[in-house]
Design a protein around this ligand. Structure first.
Ligand SMILES: Nc1ncnc2c1ncn2[C@@H]1O[C@H](COP(=O)(O)OP(=O)(O)O)[C@@H](O)[C@H]1O
Ligand SMILES: [Mg+2]
Length: 227
């Protein structure tokens, strides 16, 4: 028979003491630390160790708001999107992992961890949405679309044109492209299509907005297929 987690850490014991103390009584200081697993729990494991590509990083520094990242399936486009998100989280989370935070209240450790990780996530400077998931799931939700359009950080719209775009997808992509461009908000579009194929799949008006900034191609083999 196994007992559930019988060993408590000093922090957990101090936390319990603090929780039991009446208000106004001096409390025990506790250093709480987050782990990278907690901070990156919402990132698919496949992309948690992603590191940014030098060409995309250079394009982020030197170009305007829009970047078209295209390449055949499996060349690492989604991986690059997550690399940006993971880098942003790691930068903002490093103090909470290494130094931690000293607290005096009797907040249970797991609540503290959850709150801190949620707070880090809510300030992400990178947001990834997909055509297959988010855009289709929020069909004709113009309020959702308006909120996405005004996101101030880097918006990645992943895998556009993976199949024939629906009317709503076309409308949403057009709106996002227009708004993000007008407000000079950084947007990375990723697709398996070439710029020419993109023109055929959507329309020349949309394609020119999507490919109007930097165009970065990822080449190489399909990394999903083992060599
Ligand atoms: N630079 C990289 N280093 C290591 N693994 C990578 C790299 N780029 C992609 N991968 C891996 O290759 C697979 C396909 O990458 P993904 O980004 O999903 O491709 P796609 O271009 O189709 O979006 C994933 O398992 C991903 O983790
Ligand atoms: Mg992908």
């Amino acid at each position: 028979m196994t007992t559930e987690n019988p060993i408590k850490s000093v922090g957990e014991i101090a936390s319990e003491i603090n929780a039991a103390l009446p208000r106004g009584v001096m409390r025990v200081p506790i250093t709480h630390r987050l782990t990278w697993d907690q901070i990156l729990a919402d990132i698919p494991p496949e992309y948690r160790d992603a590191t940014p590509n030098a060409i995309l990083s250079a394009a982020m520094v030197s170009t305007g708001a829009s970047i078209m990242l295209h390449g055949k399936p499996g060349t690492g486009k989604t991986y690059q999107a997550y690399a940006l998100l993971v880098a942003d989280r790691r930068k903002r989370g490093v103090m909470l992992v290494e130094a931690g935070e000293t607290v005096y209240v009797g907040l249970p450790l797991d609540s503290w961890c959850r709150e801190k990780a949620d707070a880090l996530r809510s300030r992400d400077q990178v947001r990834i949405i997909t055509e297959a998931g988010d855009i289709r799931a929020n069909r004709y939700d113009h309020r959702w679309l308006a909120k996405v359009a005004e996101y101030r950080g880097t918006l990645v719209v992943d895998d556009i044109g993976f199949t024939k775009p629906t009317e709503w997808v076309t409308e949403a992509v057009y709106h996002l492209a227009n708004e993000r461009r007008a407000w000079r908000l950084r947007t990375i579009w990723t697709t398996n299509l070439t710029p020419e194929e993109l023109r055929d799949a959507f329309s020349p008006a949309i394609a020119s907005r999507l490919s109007g900034g930097a165009v970065v191609e990822l080449t190489g083999r399909d990394r999903r297929v083992s060599s």
